[in-house]
Design a protein around this ligand. Structure first.
Ligand code: PLP
Length: 394
């Protein structure tokens, strides 16, 4: 067998739904020497990492840690630990990830009550209130804060409040939210919240920060049946990530990936959460102004738009895949395709973490304009960049 050549990835600019550009400081941290996952120096780093995760989630929850697997495992961890066979769970579904939540409930042996909203719309709090009234025996409410498949933002604070008024625990997906828009775990009173590293944290994919309130941790300890997943059972994982105490071997931590997350959180907290949120808003406004000046439309109404994920309607007659291919081949620029109900109808342009800068907005606007113009699409030339500049100056 011929030995493959060493793999050197091409240079890309990542402006899709994730992964987004990884900060060079994170890549450099990940290349540092591997040490043992029980080494006292590593354990010290884990304690710092946990404190920074608490700061990022705005929580004092003791049960806060990165699950050693991607965002989907963070989702699965929340459902596997909090849903027991027979439990009724209200799942709000307005895109791909809400549907995955429903599948998780079913696989845990729970009964899913689905509250549906159209793709591109936020979760309607009135519909959740009605479902809570109709199902007083529901134990958990689950929803996605930032629906990456559509670019819609739901009102997490209100949804959590409604759930709590009915005595339900909440599972909240903040994979695309964390670092891009306010996530206030303690102020909202959310119970089980998970995120990912490759969206607005400027980190490589592969880890899922999670945080559990004391109420949620109590529910896990009081389970009638053991958590079906050995790997994700928080009762066991806590033996390794628990405070001070003796750290016991659970699984080999992804040591270098954790160096990366440690550095990514330092970068986020050095900037400051409020400043990071403001940066996402500012560059989103510039991108939006530029796209509109080009004659393109965003798919989500203004009040419900996520700054970090912009779903843009594909103009009539344009081959959306050919546009993405040209952006990648000519400019090394990756944007995302539509999924599910929006497949073929939108592009998804991410402005997440290290991919949310003036440089990214300008490249995206000028490259998209060039590609569309070369395909014969009639559009005003040169106005997009000017509109973005005006938005920054405003
Ligand atoms: C990306 C994403 C996930 C899944 O994360 P992976 O790291 O791809 O497993 C879950 N929920 C939302 C909202 C996401 O955007």
């Amino acid at each position: 067998m011929a030995i493959a050549a060493s793999f050197h990835p091409p240079r890309r600019v990542l402006m899709g739904p994730g992964p987004s550009d990884v900060h060079p400081r994170v890549l450099e941290a990940m290349a540092r020497p591997t040490i043992g996952h029980l080494d006292p120096e590593f354990v010290r780093m884990m304690d710092e990492l946990k404190a920074m995760l608490q700061a990022a989630f705005r929580t004092e929850n003791r049960l806060t840690l990165p699950v050693s697997a991607p965002g989907s495992a963070g989702m699965e961890c929340c459902f596997a630990n909090l849903v027991e066979p027979g439990d009724k769970v209200i799942v709000c579904r307005n895109g791909v990830f809400g549907e995955r939540m429903r599948e998780n409930v079913v696989r845990c042996g729970g009964e899913a009550v689905v509250v549906d909203d159209p793709w591109g719309e936020p979760v309607d709090p009135q519909k959740l209130a009605d479902a809570l009234k109709a199902h007083p025996d529901a134990k958990v409410v689950a929803f996605v804060h930032a629906e990456t498949s559509t670019g819609a933002r739901s009102d997490a604070e209100t949804l959590v409040r409604l759930a709590r008024e009915h005595g339900c625990l909440t599972i909240v997906d903040t994979v695309t939210a964390l670092g891009g828009i306010p996530v206030e775990v303690d102020a909202w009173g959310a119970d089980a919240v998970y995120a990912g590293t490759q969206k607005c944290l400027s980190c490589a994919p592969g880890l899922a920060p999670v945080t559990f309130s004391e109420r949620a941790a109590e529910r896990v300890r009081a389970r009638r049946s053991p958590v079906q997943s050995w790997f994700l059972d928080l009762n066991l994982v806590m033996g390794y990530w628990g405070e001070g105490a003796r750290r016991t071997y659970h699984h080999t931590a992804p040591v270098n990936a954790l160096y990366g997350l440690h550095e990514a959180l330092r970068i986020l907290l050095e900037e400051g959460l409020e400043k990071a949120w403001a940066r996402h808003r500012r560059h989103h406004e510039a991108l939006r102004a530029g796209l509109e000046a080009m004659g393109l439309e965003l798919a989500v109404r203004p009040e419900a738009r996520l700054p970090q994920l912009n779903a843009v309607r594909v103009p009539e007659g344009v081959d959306e895949a050919a546009v993405r291919r040209a952006l990648l081949e000519r400019f090394g620029l990756e944007i995302g395709a539509g999924l599910g109900d929006l497949a073929g109808k939108v592009w998804r342009i991410g402005l997440m973490g290290a991919s949310c800068t003036e440089r990214h907005v300008l490249l995206c606007l000028s490259a998209l304009e060039a590609v569309l113009a070369d395909m014969g699409v009639r559009l005003p030339r040169g106005e997009a960049v000017e509109a973005a500049r005006a938005a920054w100056a405003a």
